[in-house]
Design a protein around this ligand. Structure first.
Ligand code: SF4
Ligand code: SF4
Ligand code: SF4
Length: 454
């Protein structure tokens, strides 16, 4: 399978199965569009007739031979070797946990999937006992795996920061005995940040996600305080301080993460705004929402959103290697080796390598399943885990999803978000088409950026 497209003046060809990317001239591009994997060594006569206008016979012959040589080298129309890995997919140890330290929040974001912290239940903070039992649970089901990840999540985790500290201390105290190394991360809206919390986070958390949507006029209507005031002015100086202090510390990873909606389809301006504030690790992601919500992106918005992704990609190419260079997470792609086979086929690992634990100790496949009680997988009190459910997620590969199997972006997307599929299509194996279209555009842009900045 190949995918060919034009972007930013480049003719780009992706050979899906080998992952090879070719930047080609117009004749190569147009000729390839007429061919399939049934190539013969001899250039077919009809190709000469098709391209005789504007090209010599020798040019046509040489271009065809170039295509044929790449095919022979398994870099064009290469065969699909991943199918066999898909059949071998077995459940893995649990290696990562999303710890819902607070089902409460001090903001009321309009698009909040977490129901502003309630998750279709009630407001609740996790106790230290449950946090510790969750760490025991992770140790138990990680079996022999050494490196483990815990993400402190909410609602807003800073509303229960003493428990965050206690859980970190507890986990660290068990590392030696169980031969584990914990890597902590935290996702915060920043409202309650102060120097003490910043110092703790920068000392203990190997990554930190700072939530903000971008420009004040974009952020404030969508991310207000409980009393309706915008949050931009209170969080920007705190985020800047955290990042500044983090630059020379043990851990320097962070990113500012925003959401764009129908109201800011010019979201590249939000990315640039965040960059102008001194942030160089940026993620601004499309809202995923019921189409009836006023801020939801719909199919009609796609042309504008695509054009904006292209504009952002072009800006990134122009800024590459300059002082204004920045990372945009959704354009980061590894073309050299790609992710490992398992990750290519199975993606995020939800419900298999990754679970979420609620303040009451219930275990779910991931944070976006929380509150959908049919999907509960166990609890940390009884240390139970539904292995049938785990198997279901382990085998939810791109080859088990009809649409994904024949999708050119499958090895970069890895089958999309199971939670969105469940919520908007009623089945974890049915991708949410709107997200697919956006993902494919992002992969196209990411490949172009790589090609242009090599
Ligand atoms: S900060 Fe997060 S949890 Fe709180 S309302 Fe906003 S999106 Fe929801
Ligand atoms: S873009 Fe959609 S169809 Fe393609 S692999 Fe991703 S989820 Fe599957
Ligand atoms: S299912 Fe979706 S929300 Fe859940 S971990 Fe995977 S990508 Fe994230």
């Amino acid at each position: 399978m190949i995918h060919q497209y034009k972007l930013n003046g480049y003719n780009i060809v992706l050979d899906v199965n080998s992952g090879a990317v070719h930047i080609v001239d117009d004749l190569f591009y147009d000729m390839l569009g007429c061919l399939d994997e049934q190539l013969t060594e001899k250039c077919p006569d009809w190709l000469f007739q098709r391209f005789e206008q504007g090209h010599t016979r020798q040019e046509i012959e040489e271009t065809y031979q170039e295509i044929f040589t790449l095919h022979k080298a398994d870099q064009l129309f290469s065969s699909d070797d991943y199918d066999k890995f898909a059949k071998m997919m077995v459940p893995s140890p649990v290696k990562a946990m999303c710890l819902h330290i607070a089902h409460d929040c001090n903001l009321r974001c309009k698009y909040c999937f977490a129901d502003s912290g309630e998750y279709m239940g009630h407001r609740e903070l996790m106790s230290a006992e449950i946090g510790k039992a969750a760490i025991d649970y992770l140790i138990k089901y990680s079996y022999g795996r050494h490196n483990l990840e815990v993400d402190f999540f909410g609602g807003e985790p800073l509303m229960n920061f003493d428990v965050v500290k206690e859980v970190v201390k507890y986990a660290r105290s068990l590392e030696k005995e169980h031969d584990k190394l914990f890597r902590f991360t935290i996702t915060t809206n920043g409202i309650l940040l102060n120097d003490d919390k910043i110092d703790f986070i920068n000392r203990e958390m190997s990554n930190v996600v700072l939530s903000i949507d971008g420009r004040k006029e974009v952020n404030d209507p969508m991310r207000p305080h409980v009393d309706g005031r915008g949050s931009y002015a209170s969080i920007i100086p705190k985020f800047q301080r955290l990042v500044e202090k983090r630059r020379n510390g043990q851990f320097d990873q962070y990113y500012v993460r925003g959401t764009f909606t129908k109201f800011n389809k010019d979201f590249a301006n939000d990315v640039l705004h965040l960059n102008s504030l001194g942030f160089d690790q940026i993620s601004v992601e499309p809202v995923v929402a019921d189409p009836s919500a006023p801020y939801a992106l719909t199919e009609q918005d796609l042309p504008e959103v695509f054009a904006e992704y292209e504009r952002l990609a072009d800006i990134m190419v122009k800024r590459a290697g300059t002082k204004e260079d920045f990372n945009f997470f959704h354009f980061m792609i590894d073309l050299d080796q790609g992710p490992c086979a398992i990750k290519r086929l199975r993606g995020c690992g939800c419900g298999n390598e990754y679970v979420a634990v609620t303040p009451s100790g219930d275990v779910y496949p991931c944070h976006q399943f929380v509150g959908h009680t049919d999907w509960k997988m166990g609890d940390v009190f009884s240390q139970s885990l539904d292995f049938e459910r785990k198997k279901q997620f382990a085998s939810a590969t791109v080859y088990g999803k009809k649409e994904c199997k024949n999708c050119w972006a499958k090895f970069y997307c890895s089958g999309g978000c199971n939670a969105n599929s469940m919520q908007y299509c009623g089945d974890i194996l049915k991708p949410f088409q709107l997200s697919c279209e956006l993902e494919k555009k992002r992969v196209e842009c990411a490949i172009m950026i790589k090609a242009a900045t090599l």
